[in-house]
Design a protein around this ligand. Structure first.
Ligand code: ADP
Ligand code: K
Ligand code: ZN
Length: 432
């Protein structure tokens, strides 16, 4: 079983916990001294760095969440000077303003190391040719996996997303052996290759796929593996934690979380107490080595479970099992995070429509599609021409906020169901 760092990856769990404990104690002092945000959060919560003597005191620490990043936009939670940040990424926010994340050089190295370990665990080596079909740019997927692949010493093919025919042509002509993208995009590539008169299974050297950024199921894994002849691995991460980070090993039984870098808690969302090992709860993460944007007890918003038993591959780091959904109202469409609040933010700019809307998510073949049904306001024009113009103006505005095309459909006033409590804004017709 080849490891990238055998000593760390197979370390006795008690030693790992001791290592986490020491890192946590240091981290707490680090953020308190360096970030006015954390100092205030700790002070308000009545906890001092000295109160945290070991990992057993973690429950004394306050939580953080995405809203904190929004409230301190763009970099109020950072713990280093702007000039020590060597890279920024950003993900879409709920109100047009993105959430900005930043990295020191050490942060970039640790991020790439996490992926290189995971790629090794998935059976990749420096002899592989890895096609990175996640988008490059502000999104963390493309550049993140790119540097992981380089750290591994593999050959990297940065196709980014889009231009599907070229993706398939290069995959064939350059003897690509592994691909990283969303599972839905890969399913689409399988079909697209068939339309081009070739097959990924018979006409390429592809043997490994690393798929994430959106929920997918065991049955989709089987379908992908059968149709393309590759082994498909899950990868998890979020931009706040760095980006894509954790990959399944060859056992394909959960994604190894590197405990020397991250501390995961699975908590009961009602009581904030840890759930028993293996049970589903809310994922709460503390970053143990990040410098620019360390997170303390960050509520990622995902529901998940951890398996802490030693894996058949010999690695002692716990495994994150397939994600079970979100604790907030975010939905993921083609790997892109969509908050209903973003749609609302766009719609209120248009007096011709009312703020009552419904997001419909479907799957056409293998690809997600999103439609926004919105009620016309009473004052709306009844000229068809105006109606089309309005539709395309709203679609354009949605696209610029969401980074995703969503069709707008007008419905008559009063037809979107009203609710007394929290409005139901999303109808998701996909099955995972
Ligand atoms: P990413 O670059 O991974 O898309 P984002 O910060 O945009 O990062 O989105 C992170 C969210 O995407 C996670 O909180 C989770 O809800 C979802 N996600 C990412 N990877 C997976 C996965 N493998 N399975 C299920 N959901 C995932
Ligand atoms: K995502
Ligand atoms: Zn394993």
């Amino acid at each position: 079983m080849p490891y990238r760092n055998q000593e760390i990856e197979t370390m006795d769990p008690r030693d790992l916990r001791q290592m986490q404990s020491e890192k946590l104690v240091k981290l707490v002092k680090y953020v308190y001294d360096r970030s006015p945000f954390y100092k205030k959060r700790f002070d308000d919560f009545g906890v001092k760095p000295e109160d945290i003597k070991s990992i057993d005191d973690i429950g004394k620490l306050p939580f953080t969440k995405k809203q904190d990043l929004r409230d301190t936009y763009p970099n109020g939670m950072f713990c280093v000077k702007n000039t020590d940040v060597v890279r920024y990424h950003a993900s879409s926010g709920t109100t047009g303003k993105p959430t900005v994340v930043g990295y020191t050089q050490n942060d970039l190295d640790a991020w790439a190391e996490s992926l290189a370990r995971g790629m090794t665990a998935a059976g990749l080596t420096q002899d592989d040719i890895i096609q990175v079909s996640y988008g490059y740019g502000l999104f963390t997927g493309g550049l993140g996996v790119h540097y992981g692949s380089e750290k591994l010493g593999a050959t990297t093919l940065p196709t980014s997303s889009g231009n599907t025919e070229r993706q398939i042509t290069l995959m064939k002509d350059l003897d690509v052996t592994a691909i990283c993208c969303t599972p839905s995009y890969f399913s689409y590539l399988i079909e697209a290759a068939e339309h081009m008169g070739c097959s990924i299974k018979n006409d390429t050297k592809l043997r490994v796929g690393i798929f994430g950024a959106e929920p997918w199921s065991e049955s989709l894994r089987k379908r992908i593996e059968e149709r393309s002849g590759i082994k498909a691995f899950d990868v998890f991460g979020t931009s706040e934690l760095s980006g894509p980070l954790f990959i399944e090993c060859e056992m394909q039984e959960g994604m190894h979380i590197w405990s020397d870098m991250f501390l995961f808690e699975i908590l009961d969302p009602e009581t904030n107490e840890p759930v028993p090992d293996g049970e589903i709860g809310e994922l709460v993460v503390t970053t143990l080595v990040k410098e620019a944007l360390p997170l303390i007890r960050y509520r990622v918003g995902d529901l998940a479970s951890l398996d802490a038993s030693v894996c058949k591959c010999g690695r002692t780091h716990p495994r994150l099992m397939r994600l079970k959904g979100r604790s907030d109202d975010m939905v993921i469409v083609r790997g892109i995070n969509v908050f209903p609040g973003q749609v609302e933010y766009v719609l209120v700019k248009f007096p011709e429509v009312s703020p009552h809307f419904m997001i419909l998510i479907d799957r056409d073949g293998e690809m997600d599609s999103m439609k926004v049904q919105v009620e016309l306001a009473d004052m709306a024009s009844d000229k068809l021409d105006d109606y089309y113009k309005l539709k395309s103006r709203i679609e354009h505005e949605l696209k610029s906020i969401l980074n995703l095309y969503a069709e707008v459909e007008f419905v008559a006033p009063g037809t979107i169901p009203r609710s007394e409590g929290k409005a139901k804004r999303v109808t998701d017709n996909r099955t995972f």
